[in-house]
Design a protein around this ligand. Structure first.
Ligand code: DC
Length: 223
């Protein structure tokens, strides 16, 4: 039963979704899909091809001509049109562009179709913004991860520091606030908890505690 389970993990930037989702998938033997990486791959391709990211039509056309795949055997590499874009999709330029293109309904429809197809492989943990509400509305377990804006900015700042880059905490907090507002206020599939999601505030929790809570909920749900 557990190996066929679908788990949706949504929430704002910096809530720890991908770290937690990846670990939960590993512990439960499920497949992990980072849907944000798909939106990032489209944003990256648009920037590389000098496509106007403010033109929904142009970006949608580009998305329709894009092939994204994941290589889990090699440490979650992300491929776009045969090119390894794992590192390239995490730049500040892509991070700024992605919430603009993620608001376009045609782009979302295209990626939604792929995400649902991937989910047919079997048990899966997916993280994103609309997994519980749109992508996997029948997921057995839906988690909405939150944390205070200060905690989320601090976590992201520590991650950036660890890569050796210098950036002010205030800059990260402002960028995060802007992106979350855009994700929350967009018309199509905005960031919000599904009616049947468990909202987990991680401000005072360690990553290990969050992972363990979700694994327990998954195991109890299948008893
Ligand atoms: O999780 P992330 O930071 O890599 O996501 C990048 C952007 O993609 C985020 O600003 C919102 C968008 N996104 C989305 O709209 N729907 C998803 N399911 C996943 C991400």
């Amino acid at each position: 039963m557990l190996d066929k389970m679908q788990i949706a993990i949504d929430g704002p930037a910096g809530a720890g979704k991908s770290t937690v989702a990846k670990a939960v998938a590993e512990l439960l033997g499920l497949f992990y899909l980072d849907t944000g990486a798909m939106y990032r791959a489209v944003a990256h391709k648009a920037l590389m091809n000098k496509v106007d990211i403010h033109s929904a039509e142009e970006v949608s056309r580009l998305a329709a001509q894009t092939r994204i795949s994941f290589d889990h055997a090699q440490g979650d590499r992300v491929w776009c049109d045969g090119e390894d874009v794992t590192g390239a999709i995490r730049t500040p330029e892509v991070t700024r562009a992605v919430s603009v293109i993620a608001a376009y309904p045609e782009v979302r429809e295209r990626l939604l179709a792929w995400q649902r197809l991937e989910a047919e492989r079997g048990g899966v943990v997916m993280d994103g913004r609309d997994i519980g509400t749109q992508v996997l509305p029948r997921a057995e377990l839906k988690i909405f991860l939150t944390a205070s804006p200060d905690a989320r900015a601090k976590r992201r700042w520590l991650e950036v520091q660890a890569t050796g880059k210098e950036i002010a905490l205030a800059e990260i907090a402002a960028e995060m606030e802007r992106r979350d507002r855009q994700d929350r206020e967009r018309e199509f599939s905005p960031l919000k908890p599904a009616a049947d999601a468990v909202v987990l505030d991680t401000t005072e929790l360690t990553v290990e505690q969050v992972i363990s809570e979700i694994v327990t909920m998954a195991q109890e749900g299948t008893k």
